[in-house]
Ligand binder design. Structure first.
Ligand code: SF4
Length: 353
């Protein structure tokens, strides 16, 4: 059962309530470099990114927001630290949401000006509390870091509510998976605002994907979370791919599933490259199709009989199969092409997809 949360609107994307759990990322370009930032956002859009956040560290970045917004199709979120004037400038530039940690904006009077402007423009705010930037009064809290994250977020929520502002998303991230899980669990019991999940500074592609999958997976499986960002020290396109894999593995978003064997002594081709190529191509499909890439014709079709379509590779060629049953032999250099043609046909034929 998914936790009941109120719904907010970020540009054209709904977050919370019964809306699909949205996958978002953050650019790694200098925001002021509009050409590079727009190019990266478009690449992320193609990979399925549904909301994009950009850092706004200075006036030049704030001035770039309008141009960026005009040249992308997905909602734009401005990430603000320390300088309340940048938040106001971002709101004036027409962003769809801002993210602040109210504890580092420099006083409640400044936070109030941001909240009132966001209210006037009907723009939501994410209260993004991070373990690394907790206010010092919480940093030494005796009850532990998870509770400190929640208490800090709640203090800001109450301040926003006092200004009759409820267009709120909340995150309480840390780089520790157990602390993050505990903080979100506690927070989920206290408020009905939508929650943005993430493990912050999670690491490189492998370690970050594992930490994010474990942390976000536990919470999502408990019904907690309305939007996710997988933080990786890697190309942000990977964040989107990992994010969708997490959601698909839990049945929370539809999409293709790749089944591939780990290979063994029976495999006679470079199956890793083959599986990676098929995996990349599947990214542009939304049909919930199971596709197998297996390393031998003897065991492959049987081991992957739950797959709608698959290829089992042998020396110099392979076998195309469906639901474990052989369809035809295919030369090695045509394996991917033939598989993708069959996937295309199946995606068009099944009305459910
Ligand atoms: S499908 Fe074949 S190559 Fe792959 S693990 Fe199974 S037996 Fe080994």
């Amino acid at each position: 059962m998914r936790r009941k949360s109120r719904q907010i609107q970020v540009g054209k994307v709904r977050i919370g309530g019964n809306a699909p759990i949205a996958v978002q990322s953050m650019t790694t370009t200098k925001t002021a470099d509009t050409a590079a930032t727009i190019a990266q956002i478009r690449k992320l859009e193609s990979a399925g990114c549904e909301i994009i956040r950009v850092a706004v560290p200075d006036g030049e970045s704030a001035r770039a927001l309008k141009t960026i917004k005009e040249n992308i199709s997905i909602p734009l979120v401005a990430d603000i630290h320390f300088d309340w004037r940048l938040a106001l400038a971002a709101l004036d530039a027409g962003v769809d949401k801002i993210r602040i940690n109210p504890g580092n904006i420099g006083g409640l009077d400044r936070v109030k000006r941001i909240v009132l402007k966001a209210k006037e423009k009907n723009i939501p705010i994410r209260i993004g509390v991070n373990a690394g930037s907790l206010h010092k009064k919480y940093a030494k809290a005796k009850e532990g870091l998870a509770k400190a994250l929640m208490d800090s977020a709640l203090e800001h929520v109450h301040f926003f509510e006092g200004l009759n502002f409820h267009d709120i998303v909340i995150s309480v991230k840390s780089s520790s998976v157990p602390i993050t899980i505990e903080a979100y669990r506690m927070l989920a019991k206290m408020v009905d605002y939508p929650l943005h999940l993430g493990i912050t500074e999670a690491g490189t592609l492998l370690s970050g994907a594992v930490k994010s999958s474990v942390g976000l997976g536990v919470l999502l499986h408990e019904g907690i979370g309305d939007t996710i960002r997988v933080s990786l020290t890697a190309d942000p396109v990977k964040e989107i791919q990992v994010g969708f894999e997490i959601l698909r593995s839990l049945g929370l978003r539809a999409g293709p599933e790749l089944i591939s064997c780990p290979t063994c002594g029976r495999c006679e081709i470079d199956l890793i490259s083959l599986a990676e190529e098929v995996g990349e191509k599947l990214l542009s499909y939304s049909a919930p199709i199971k596709v197998a890439v297996m390393g031998c014709v003897v065991n492959g079709p049987g081991e992957a009989k739950e797959a709608d379509l698959g290829i089992a590779a042998g020396r110099g060629g392979g076998l195309l199969f469906a639901k474990g049953k052989p369809m035809r032999k295919v030369p090695e250099d045509k394996l991917v092409e033939v598989l993708m043609e069959e996937i295309e046909k199946l995606s068009m034929v099944d009305p459910q997809w």
